[in-house]
Every structure is written in C-alpha cells, then in structure tokens.
Design a protein around this ligand. Sequence first.
Ligand SMILES: Nc1ncnc2c1ncn2[C@@H]1O[C@H](COP(=O)(O)OP(=O)(O)OP(=O)(O)O)[C@@H](O)[C@H]1O
Ligand SMILES: [Mg+2]
Length: 255
Amino acid sequence: MLILKNITKIFNKDLTPDLKKVALNNINLTIDEGDFVTVIGSNGSGKSTFLNIIAGTYFADEGEITLAGHNITNLNEYKRAKYLGRVFQDPLVGTCKDLSLIENLYIASRKKYKKRLKWAFSKKTDSYFKELVTKLNLDLGNKLKQKVSVLSGGQRQAITLLMAIMEKPKLLLLDEHTAALDPKTSETVLTITNDLVTKEKITTIMITHNMKDALTYGNRLIMFKEGEIILDAKKEEKEQLTIFDLLKKFENVVD
Ligand SMILES: Nc1ncnc2c1ncn2[C@@H]1O[C@H](COP(=O)(O)OP(=O)(O)OP(=O)(O)O)[C@@H](O)[C@H]1O
Ligand SMILES: [Mg+2]
C-alpha cells in the first residue's frame, strides 16, 4: 500500500552545519494493505516528520513515495489528502467547533465527492450518522445537533476519527491522537480506533509514546532513532516483544 524508497528530509539545509537537522535519514519501508503499524521513538527522533512526509506537509529532499500504486512524491498535500485520513494530538483541530456534530459529519462525507448530491441532508443519512455515533458508546447519540465546541476532548477525537475514515482512506495517519486525553478516555478512543480500522480494514500508522499501547495494538511496530528505523517488528516477532525489550532499545537510544 505504501512504499518509501530512500526518503531523506533535512531541515535548515541552507543554514550552518550546527543548525542543519537530518530529520529522516534514508528511510526504506513497505507497508502492506491492512497493516496497522505502531510507531515509537524518543522526542525529536523523526516520527512526526515521517507522517508529514507521507501526507505531503513537507516534500522529501530525496527519495520516492508510492501510495496504492501511484507515485505521489511530487503531489502536494491537498491532492494527497483525498487518499489519506489524519488525526492529530490536539482535539481542537480535527473538527469545526462552530458547526454541529452532524454538520461536521456531512462535511467529512463530502470531502472526496464534492458533487455527490446523495449526501445532501436527508433523514436517511441523519439516522445513519446517529447510528454511527451511537456505536461509539460515548453518549453522543442525542448530541448530533449540538455544536462540537461543547463536546469533551475524547468525544471530539472519536468524532475526528470517524470523519477521517468516513471516505475509506488508503491510509490513516494518527500522530499521538490520544496523548491529550486522560488515561481512561485515551483507552476508550484507542479501542474505538482499533475496532474501526480492523473492521474497515484500513491501513494505519499510529504514533504513540505509550509503549504498552504500541505493543497492544497493530500487527507491526517500528521504532525511530535519530531519523532512522532501528526496530521493525512484524506479526509474531511483535507479539513476543515486551516493554522490557523496548526499554532496552530506548536505553541504547539515550547512550
Ligand atoms: N519545520 C521544522 N523546521 C526545522 N526543524 C524541524 C521541523 N520539524 C521538525 N524539525 C526537527 O526535526 C527533528 C524531528 O522532529 P519530529 O517532529 O519529527 O520528531 P518526533 O519524533 O515527532 O518528536 P515528538 O515525540 O517530540 O513529537 C527534530 O529535531 C525537530 O526539531
Ligand atoms: Mg511528533
């Protein structure tokens, strides 16, 4: 589904060597359709840059990116957006706070097919959305007409997630999307994430600082260190990993 070939990203390339920052150093990675990849690594190791390069927020300085068979290396962020779903750390950025919950859902459902008239407001779609949010079990079934600004952070992240996968993206990018939530709500949103992406078979990359979550969810785990991938554990290898193993790797990072 996603192929990164020799991807390098250098910030402040034209400044003095001490300000130059190699954020990603020659990354080679292939992610298969349906994979759920968790990504860990210390602060500044290149995780967000990795997602930003995939999303086209920045262009790579070197290398090639292929998504679902298309070479997207030179495609801008806006053009890539129709293939991608994204959820960020901040619950305030994914939804439009002055619109109601249902208006947000309508907007998300029309992102890709702007002219698709069947998504015009209708009773049938209203009840479909009601069913969708009720399934989240976050007491949202009767809040469809309320402004998103009155919802809690966890409720907003769950809605953002629904919106991000509404059009079945080729790839879902999650950058610490539960980090701003309390532990219990974080767990709820992660369970919802896992249920949705597994059921819809959406290829997903999820950055987290929580090692337990990185081990619990997904079928592949990647660790970044100084712009390079220093661990890539798939299926059985991932299942056998422990927090202790990851801590040991992290210690090497600090050394
Ligand atoms: N726009 C930018 N301009 C200059 N340097 C940047 C920019 N974005 C990131 N960097 C640098 O690139 C390196 C990687 O940053 P990145 O945000 O990818 O790290 P991260 O692994 O996501 O860290 P965190 O866990 O703190 O979110 C850091 O040294 C950072 O300071
Ligand atoms: Mg980051």
